[in-house]
Design a protein around this ligand. Structure first.
Ligand code: ADP
Ligand code: MG
Length: 342
């Protein structure tokens, strides 16, 4: 009598978007089952993990000095290997509790233009966390698949992915990335710019999460309708250290964040400079596609259109398009075999 192979019974393959700001996991046949900030809080002297994900993000700006709160992928690839791996393991454990899979195959998203060494760090990290076989897919490619853009044709498409730590601009054609450009200016830099502006002009210090919330509520790249005129923000006086609250207008925040916003536009320009004329003509036909959480900055699509003369489409649900696309590639690995890189 033959034994049943129970491991196969629980085997579920998955796709993972390990972002600088957020990690998302898609399980085959199920969809997205985890969506958490890529943040880890640990005790400095023992290295013991205290929290990962949403709970750890809430520690930012509130943790005592013996607790480190870090984002191990801040610059787009794995910078702190041990912490990154601990985080991935915790997320896998969470997901496993929900779906009990065993030694899965995994599709993992990586920035376009990743080096061989960086690829190896991602693969090793996933394998040590219990993944049997790793397939890599470039993030802009995954975002395009997630947005139902036909990436297999011989026609250029441009995808701009604005995340937390990095902005990636890629030109796709015939199921691969033809040109790409990356800058370390994205959502985080906009938050930091708001923090510096407030300190300089109002002598008020605010936490990172508070600056981010301000950006999401009244931040904009171009004048848009329906933005409430004033926003109250609380922090502490940088001189007296007393609590302090001030009101800000949408217009002044727009001016304050011009520098990082234009750094993104410059990256798009550089990518267009590198792109051959026929592909630029192709891109102009459908317009470019904007994704990543940074795509939600109000008016950014309008500003890009104004500055490049190319129409700009914001992909639906930009925070999940990358994991949705890798999930789609996972569901039909044969059809998408050409998009996996090695
Ligand atoms: P990553 O792929 O690098 O993890 P994400 O695509 O998850 O990044 O995007 C995270 C970034 O998007 C953060 O900087 C966050 O502040 C920003 N973001 C999320 N929602 C909004 C919003 N409504 N307006 C502006 N920025 C936003
Ligand atoms: Mg991303």
């Amino acid at each position: 009598m033959k034994f049943f192979n129970f491991s196969n019974l629980f085997s579920k393959n998955m796709a993972m978007d390990l972002g600088t700001a957020n990690t998302l996991i898609y399980v085959k046949g199920k969809g997205i089952i985890l969506n958490e900030p890529s943040v880890v809080a640990y005790e400095k002297n023992t290295g013991r993990i205290l929290a990962v994900g949403r709970k750890a993000k809430n520690f930012i700006g509130r943790a005592p000095h013996n607790i480190a709160v870090v984002r191990p992928l801040k610059d787009g690839v794995i910078a702190d290997f041990d912490v990154a791996q601990a985080m991935i393991k915790e997320f896998f454990l969470k997901v496993q509790k929900m779906s009990r899979f065993f030694k899965p195959k995994a599709v993992i998203c990586v920035p376009a233009g990743i080096t061989q060494i960086e690829k190896k760090a991602v693969i090793d990290s996933a394998e040590e966390s219990g993944v049997r076989k790793v397939y890599l897919i470039e993030e802009p490619m995954a975002a395009a698949i997630g947005a139902n853009i036909d990436i297999s044709q011989n026609k250029g498409q441009m995808v701009i992915d604005i995340g937390g730590g990095t902005t990636e601009v890629a030109v796709l054609s015939i199921s691969s990335v033809a040109y790409s450009e990356s800058v370390r200016v994205a959502g985080d830099e906009i938050n930091e710019t708001i923090g510096r502006y407030l300190l300089k002009n109002y002598r008020i210090q605010v936490g990172e999460n508070t600056a981010e919330k301000c950006k999401m509520e009244i931040g904009s790249a171009y004048p848009v309708d329906g933005l409430s005129s004033l926003y109250n923000i609380a922090g502490k006086d940088s001189i007296s250290s007393s609590p302090k609250e001030i009101s800000l207008s949408a217009e002044e925040i727009r001016k304050a964040i011009e520098e990082p916003v234009y750094a993104v536009i410059d990256a798009i320009r550089r990518a267009l400079e590198k792109t051959p004329p026929d592909l630029v003509v192709d891109i102009n036909m459908d317009g470019m596609y904007l994704t990543g959480g940074g795509a939600l900055l109000k008016g950014l699509d309008k500003l890009i259109h104004k500055e490049t003369k190319i129409k700009c489409n914001v992909i639906e649900d930009p925070l999940i398009s990358v994991v949705l696309g890798s999930g789609k590639a996972l569901e039909d690995m044969k059809k998408y075999s050409r998009v996996f890189i090695n």
